[in-house]
Design a protein around this ligand. Structure first.
Ligand code: CUA
Length: 358
């Protein structure tokens, strides 16, 4: 009969292995299906933040390495824990056996085996990783790439693209539209602290560092909206610094560019709201082409073409917009936009004006 002590030890080992295997399975499952609580998450491809469903070459490369590393590590886990459980059970102290078992000191074949095998494993992992880094982190834009400047702000994303329709650039926030099948080259800068641009189905994380211009690339090979998230803790609203990249066919992309590059809508029926907007602090922080040029907050020239507001905290509609303008702190506590304490009538006018910005 095995003693209580050895049985307990054996049981503990088995429980530990089961626990590790279970938590790995749960972690893998969680990565597969943990939709962010974002509006529009039911859109095509919406909600899928899994790096195991790549839609872009760098993301596919990263998945290959992830599977290789997981596979090798799972193999090591099974072999080491299997050998451990087998020896603990087979060589446990049995009833009636006195004294210590035979002691073995050194074995050249075993020493060589457990030195050489790990070296080969590390070598394989290192070479594969280096090759993948080379393919994921290009040093210059791929041929024919769409070039986009990305600026991370607390707590939203600014995008700047060359405007092919008139002078200047297209400036938008949080939601980027790209042509499907064409490489996109991102140049990343920060306006304040370190952020990280991460759309798991398109690419790995790229840190956005103050005083440094980083770069990354992706190519959306399927149509749809890809969600992402700032992946470097950057303050109170880090969790609400969401990303949306929508890949469309080239004609739809040209149409989007034409709208984003056009002059703002000038609707005389909302002149009162526009005057309130321009007369208050709004105009110091936000830009609307031809009206005001604040650079601290998102450009609002074509605000209503976006699906969400506040970098993904609410859907873009008149109701959310009213709640946001009334007091941004209720939707996004800690954000840098203050409540301007507008009364109901002022709110109605400002929101009516903003909803014309299509
Ligand atoms: Cu920006 Cu976290």
């Amino acid at each position: 009969m095995p003693s209580l002590h050895t049985s307990l030890e054996c049981a503990t080992r088995v429980a530990l292995v089961v626990l590790i295997a279970a938590s790995t399975a749960v972690a893998l499952g969680a990565t597969d299906a943990s939709p962010l609580c974002v509006p529009g998450a039911g859109a095509p491809n919406g909600g899928d933040l899994s790096m195991f469903h790549p839609a872009s070459p760098p993301a596919a490369e990263i998945r290959e390495v992830a599977w290789l590393v997981l596979g090798i590590c799972a193999g090591i886990l099974v072999i080491v824990e299997g050998a451990l459980i087998w020896s603990v059970c087979k060589y446990r102290r049995r009833a009636g056996v006195e004294g210590e078992p035979r002691q073995v000191f050194g074995s050249n074949p075993i020493e060589i085996a457990w030195t050489v095998i790990p070296i080969i494993i590390v070598f394989v992992l290192a070479l594969t990783t280096v090759r993948t880094i080379g393919e994921v982190q290009l040093t210059k834009p791929p041929e024919g790439a769409l070039e986009v400047d990305v600026i991370g702000h607390q707590w939203w994303w600014e995008y700047r693209l060359k405007n092919h329709h008139r002078e200047g650039s297209i400036v938008t926030a949080n939601e980027l539209v790209v042509p499907m099948g064409r490489p996109v080259w991102l140049r990343l800068e920060s306006a304040d602290v370190i952020h990280s641009w991460w759309v798991p189905r398109l690419n790995g994380k790229t840190d956005v560092i103050p005083g440094h211009t980083g770069a990354t690339w992706f190519r959306a090979d399927e149509q749809g909206t890809f969600l992402g998230q700032c992946a470097e803790y950057c303050g109170t609203q880090h969790a609400n610094m969401l990303l949306r990249v929508t890949a469309v066919d080239p004609q739809a992309f040209d149409a989007w560019c034409a709208v984003q590059g056009s002059a703002p809508v000038n609707d005389p029926s909302v002149a009162q709201g526009r005057d309130i907007f321009l007369g208050l602090a709004c105009a110091n922080c936000h830009a609307i082409d031809g009206l005001c040029d604040g650079a601290f907050g998102p450009n609002l020239t074509h605000l209503m073409t976006r699906e969400t507001l506040g970098a993904g905290v609410a859907p873009m509609d008149a109701r959310s917009l009213r709640a946001w303008v009334a007091d941004p702190q209720t939707l996004k506590p800690g954000c840098n936009m203050p409540s301007l304490k507008l009364d109901d009538s002022q709110l109605d006018h400002v929101v009516a004006f903003l909803t014309t910005l299509k």
